[in-house]
Ligand binder design. Sequence first.
Ligand code: HEM
Ligand code: HEM
Length: 211
Amino acid sequence: MTNNPAPRGASPLRAIVIFAAIAVPLVPAGFWLGELVPMMPAPVQAPELGFSMLARILALTGFVLMFYQFVLTARLPFLEAVLKRPGMIKSHRLIGKIGFLLMLAHGTILLAMDPFLYTEKTLGLIALILLTVAVVAAWFFKPLKLSLKTWRSVHLLAYLVFPLVFVHAISLGATVTGYRPVWWLFVVLFAGYCLIVAYRIARLVSQKKLW
Ligand code: HEM
Ligand code: HEM
């Protein structure tokens, strides 16, 4: 009775989920834009300012996309009632590549502009290194000839990356610390991540399997 196929297809719920997924990254982007527009044309004329603004929007979007990665792979029953699992894994692979490139560009730009490291910035660097290993293992598992078990175990590093990036962003980001709604959005996303981790651990314990 609990195994009834979930309603699939173009349901209004599906449209709401997709709308929300598009709307969430627009929140930090809106505040970022609100800061950028009055500065114009300074960010175009001064490359330093322009690149740091660019790096910030890449990071703000990358953070939200990274959160989606945990949601898409968590096998949450309420989400699977609305979206098909193969579609979610396909989206995960695409969003993972896009999100990773945004975060890589963010870190590379800011490191190139100022290589001096301090604790909060180092957290970002460590996060980026771990994320690169996790993503490369999944993205290039064929050419790297990694077994399913190996690449998936390496890919689990992603769980370490999100808390590091959260602390990095919340202690360093001009948009995150400067605008209360963005700060709250980041806190809510991090709370969502903690719930997903708790759910996954509970499921592993109940299934008596760790992988
Ligand atoms: C921001 C980048 C990414 C993050 C944060 C991320 C995170 C995750 C997480 C948390 C899982 C669930 C692992 C588990 O608990 O079982 C997962 C699974 C997976 N990821 Fe990623 N991932 C990223 C990028 C990618 C990319 C680029 C690919 C492939 C090109 C990929 C392919 C997969 C696949 C195939 C699974 C297994 C899904 C399943 O069968 O349940 N991921 N990823
Ligand atoms: C080499 C690696 C990294 C370096 C050097 C770095 C550096 C920085 C710096 C200097 C800032 C402050 C920018 C400002 O507000 O003016 C910042 C903010 C931020 N970083 Fe990173 N970061 C790195 C990796 C990452 C990664 C992997 C993420 C993942 C999403 C990330 C997410 C963020 C976010 C969300 C902000 C806040 C942006 C804002 O509030 O406008 N960073 N980073």
